[in-house]
Design a protein around this ligand. Structure first.
Ligand SMILES: *[C@@H]1O[C@H](CO)[C@@H](O)[C@H](O)[C@H]1NC(C)=O
Ligand SMILES: *[C@@H]1O[C@H](CO)[C@@H](O)[C@H](O)[C@H]1NC(C)=O
Ligand SMILES: *[C@@H]1O[C@H](CO)[C@@H](O)[C@H](O)[C@H]1NC(C)=O
Ligand SMILES: *[C@@H]1O[C@H](CO)[C@@H](O)[C@H](O)[C@H]1NC(C)=O
Ligand SMILES: *[C@@H]1O[C@H](CO)[C@@H](O)[C@H](O)[C@H]1NC(C)=O
Ligand SMILES: *[C@@H]1O[C@H](CO)[C@@H](O)[C@H](O)[C@H]1NC(C)=O
Ligand SMILES: *[C@@H]1O[C@H](CO)[C@@H](O)[C@H](O)[C@H]1NC(C)=O
Ligand SMILES: *[C@@H]1O[C@H](CO)[C@@H](O)[C@H](O)[C@H]1NC(C)=O
Ligand SMILES: *[C@@H]1O[C@H](CO)[C@@H](O)[C@H](O)[C@H]1NC(C)=O
Length: 817
């Protein structure tokens, strides 16, 4: 039998039933093909077959979305094999599903006896059984929201009813074709300052970190959020986490997918598709206890695991082979009486299995409490609001710590006095190097900077080579996923690196165009020797970057390593970079190549999607760090592709997410916190993106912009026009004839949100994509960073922030393309 048409039929029936009913009574049953629809048509209940399956299930899905998206399933373990099923409400208040024999294959248990029940499908997606005529939503006899399957809808609780002992947890489907219980469960640990765990059978796969009064400590994305608010409630009756929508007409859902990901989706009207808004366990550091006991994970380090300060690898041979599972052990055992504490900032707090809490202690009392117990290994505030309060103690090994630059929480780790030093962990806050280095006057600074950079690179390279030598024996198998080109092939393809084939010269060496024997065109970046790192290290990085594939990213095809030569091979893009197309005031960039508004708008959206992929959809969580018009290449169809991503990791080196004393980036695009303090994060890329959007709309460069009426830079100019209610005057002359006013206004508005001075205020890229994609009201931007300076020339920028310049130190390799 072919059920697919039946399924479409179900869809057709939605229309018919729409004016119909949202309630079921004891005399009215639902047969396969019938549906009930919530009052405003938001949700539908009926029979369906998932994916390629022919089995029939009773479930709830969205009524207003053309993509069938099931949010709840009744008989997930007991499918029907034909269309003879009947769903009905018994006189006792049970919902039952009958098969062709009229035997019950699924039923619900009402919480108390009744004589006159009715069931209703609400516009929240909740199927509720209550006494007929009972208008209140309190204490229903039964509700589907208390029996989640794999989806958490707004208003649904994840947690536990302490009175009945009932758990509200989510369990993945087995596969897209089979809604029966899969291997993955999401639960809320129902004690103390609880946390959310994603389990693979009985093993923890990902943890959210404990609740800190504002959010879970490992979920920085749960922050200023335009879509939903959230709460954590713990009282005598229940303990739960739940989200509420800001705009009730948004479609929002959290799903535990069959392969164990925690995905948060929002429906985008304009594209009629689901946008993956957030991923719970974002990246490799999200993997539970990846670095073992007393290890610490930093996604922007390479390798990502390190030992906590005062600890050394438990088994250094395995550790160096990147098997971190045995963790780290103390250099010096604790002696109990003379110990001290080392502060670790920006941490996701360790697992709280064996912890102790007191919500009224202050930090000092907490520290003393910890000191008094010889097995206490760490303490921190329980609640970070209002300067912090409460006490949380850990005993024994510290598991699953990571650095998250977005976090503001400190944890204090116990350490033998001899292992203490006065700084923080991992040099996270040593800005002093940057500062010291930067206090140099104009003319000298560039030269000295070069020396310093060269030295840093040299020292670093030496270190890498040493590490490389100590480290992994690359297995043959590893090399399978690393496409290697041999030098002969590349030389032939580029006509022996001839001058005619040279496309340009970037910060790390020249770029050549080449044609392979099979006719494929390639771009070859020939890395100069001084930028080279250890071979294994380099291969490892390339392997990671090769895996980053998205239609808005330039594709890395592979690399070539032979003797002294190190090269990266990219797909070749025929058009030049975006800067040749958008700026209409530059010599040599002729007007006839300028782009019309629809193309510009597509480019803005494409860049946003590419960046979103780098930031969250890929497992690496790549910060680009040098996003600018010359790093956006255009293909035959003028689709944008971001280039030079992932290189900051390998070329600027081994450093902590939050701070760096090696600088990459380009004036005009870098965020104030990066320029002034060397602090970079995903939000630095958001800033650069905002600048880029304003450049695309206005046709002007941020750097070097000048206006007869004032001395603001382009951002300041845009901000001023926006404030004065005439942002449209920003629009480039070359598109002034024909542009979509609301798209332009939206682009400018979103860009101004991206360039806000305070990085906390800037949206993340998923919100940017969302804002560009729909018509909802937008928040009001605060003033941008770096808008007073006339332009980013030497005099106008604060003195400390002068490590960069447009070309010299940019890490861009395709600069000149
Ligand atoms: C049950 O529902 C059906 C359809 O809505 C309706 O025709 C019927 O009168 C209802 N029966 C009772 C007892 O309310
Ligand atoms: C469905 O299953 C029942 C018993 O499990 C069997 O008797 C019946 O033939 C099956 N129907 C189909 C269409 O496979
Ligand atoms: C999830 O909830 C169900 C139903 O309450 C329960 O049987 C199951 O043990 C829970 N799973 C976990 C991992 O706690
Ligand atoms: C669930 O886990 C078991 C045991 O680890 C494995 O054999 C099975 O393939 C997994 N099932 C799915 C759907 O991933
Ligand atoms: C150190 O390694 C041994 C086995 O090699 C293991 O039993 C022990 O638990 C490890 N220590 C820690 C702190 O993980
Ligand atoms: C513990 O260490 C402190 C400081 O190093 C020292 O003064 C004290 O004597 C030590 N206590 C014991 C019991 O070893
Ligand atoms: C928590 O700490 C406060 C202040 O030290 C103390 O009065 C209270 O008894 C403690 N509560 C528990 C449960 O230990
Ligand atoms: C230290 O704390 C642990 C865990 O709470 C507890 O079992 C132990 O009795 C405490 N020891 C002392 C000396 O207070
Ligand atoms: C809520 O969303 C709808 C549909 O997207 C939109 O029409 C409406 O203006 C929004 N309401 C607010 C307050 O933003």
């Amino acid at each position: 039998m072919d059920y697919i048409p039946t399924f479409l039929l179900t869809l057709l029936l939605i229309g018919e039933a729409a004016e119909g009913i949202d309630t079921m009574n004891t005399t009215h049953s639902i047969r396969d093909g019938d549906t009930i629809v919530s009052a405003e048509g938001t949700y539908v209940l009926g029979f369906f077959s998932p994916g390629k399956s022919k089995n029939r299930y009773v479930g709830i899905w969205y009524g207003t979305i053309p993509v069938i998206t099931v949010v709840w399933v009744a008989n997930r373990e007991t499918p029907l094999n034909d269309s003879s099923g009947v769903f009905r409400l018994t006189n006792e208040g049970s919902l039952v599903l009958l098969d062709h024999d009229r035997s019950w294959i699924w039923s619900s248990n009402p919480s108390r006896p009744t004589t006159n029940p009715a069931a209703q499908l609400l516009d929240s997606g909740n199927l509720v059984v209550k006494e007929k005529g009972d208008g209140s939503l309190e204490n229903p006899l039964w509700q589907s929201f208390e029996h989640p399957t794999d989806t958490l809808l707004p208003e649904m609780k994840l947690g536990r009813n302490k009175i009945t002992g009932m758990d509200w947890n989510m369990t993945s489907w087995k596969s897209p074709d089979d809604p029966s219980r899969g291997n993955f469960t999401c639960i809320l640990v129902p004690h103390g300052c609880s946390e959310v765990l994603l389990m693979d059978n009985s093993k923890v796969r990902h943890r959210s970190g404990p609740w800190n009064g504002v959010r879970y400590s490992g979920t920085p994305y749960l922050r200023q959020n335009p879509l939903y608010t959230y709460e954590f409630v713990s009282n005598e009756k229940e303990i739960f986490f739940r989200e509420h929508l800001v705009n009730k007409s948004t479609h929002w859902r959290i799903v535990i997918t069959h392969d164990g990901e925690n995905h948060n989706f929002v429906w985008i009207e304009s594209t009629q598709s689901w946008l993956l808004y957030e991923i719970g366990n974002t990246d490799n550091c999200g993997r539970y206890a990846l670095c073992g006991a007393n290890g610490i994970c930093s996604i922007h380090n390479s390798p990502i695991c390190d030992c906590l300060k005062g600890f050394v690898p438990n088994n250094s041979r395995d550790w160096n082979k990147m098997d971190w599972s045995k963790g780290c052990v103390r250099k010096t055992p604790l002696n109990c009486s003379g110990d001290g504490f080392q502060k670790l900032s920006k941490a996701k707090l360790p697992e709280i299995k064996s912890s102790w809490i007191n919500s009224s202690m202050n930090l000092e009392e907490c520290k003393n409490k910890c000191l008094r117990n010889c097995s206490c290994t760490a303490y921190s505030n329980l609640d970070i609001r209002n300067g912090g309060s409460g006490c949380l103690l850990w005993f024994g090994d510290l598991i699953d710590i990571r650095i998250l630059s977005e976090n503001d929480q400190d944890v204090y780790i116990r350490m033998a006095a001899s292992d203490l030093d006065n700084g923080d962990f991992l040099k996270v806050h040593t800005k002093s190097k940057v500062k010291r280095r930067i206090i140099v006057s104009t003319a000298l600074s560039t030269a000295i900077l070069f020396l310093v950079l060269a030295l840093v690179l040299y020292v670093w390279k030496r270190k890498q080579q040493k590490n490389g030598a100590l480290q992994r024996n690359p297995h043959k198998k590893d090399n399978l996923d690393l496409p290697l080109f041999d030098l002969g092939t590349v030389a032939r393809a580029t006509n022996n690196f001839s001058v005619e084939n040279k496309l340009g010269e970037g910060g790390f060496g020249p770029v050549y165009k080449g044609t392979l024997r099979d006719g494929r065109e390639i771009a070859v970046k020939r890395l100069s020797n001084n930028s080279r790192q250890g071979v294994d290290e380099f291969k490892n990085e390339v392997k990671c970057i090769v895996k980053l594939q998205h239609q808005n990213l330039v594709k890395l095809l592979g690399c070539c390593i032979e003797g002294d030569e190190t090269m990266l091979i990219y797909e070749f893009l025929p058009n030049k970079s975006l800067n040749f197309f958008i700026f209409d005031n530059c010599a040599g960039e002729t007007k006839d190549r300028l782009l019309d508004w629809p193309t510009r708008y597509n480019i803005i959206n494409g860049i946003a999607r590419g960046l979103l992929y780098l930031h969250q959809d890929s497992r690496l969580r790549v910060i680009h760090r040098d996003l600018k018009a010359s790093n956006i290449l255009l293909d035959y169809e003028l689709k944008p592709k971001i280039s030079d991503f992932g290189l900051a990791r390998s070329f600027v080196g081994n450093e902590i997410e939050a701070n760096t004393n090696k600088v990459a980036g380009t004036y005009g695009y870098i965020s104030p916190e990066y320029a002034n303090h060397g602090v970079y994060s995903l939000k630095s890329d958001v800033f650069s993106f905002g600048v880029l959007v304003i450049e695309i709309v206005s046709g002007n460069r941020n750097r070097g912009f000048c206006h007869p009426d004032h001395s603001l830079n382009l951002l300041g100019h845009a901000w001023r026009l926006f404030q004065e209610g005439r942002p449209i005057e920003l629009v480039s002359e070359s598109i002034i004839e024909a542009f979509n006013r609301s798209q332009v206004l939206r682009s400018i508005h979103v860009a101004l949100l991206c360039v806000q001075e305070n990085r906390e205020d800037r949206p993340n890229m998923s919100y940017v994509v969302l804002m560009l994609g729909n018509e909802d009201a937008l928040p009001r931007p605060k003033h941008p960073g770096f808008f007073i300076e006339r332009d980013a020339t030497e005099e106008s920028l604060p003195k400390q922030s002068k490590p960069l310049s447009e070309n010299e130190c940019s890490i861009s390799l395709l600069d000149a393309r």
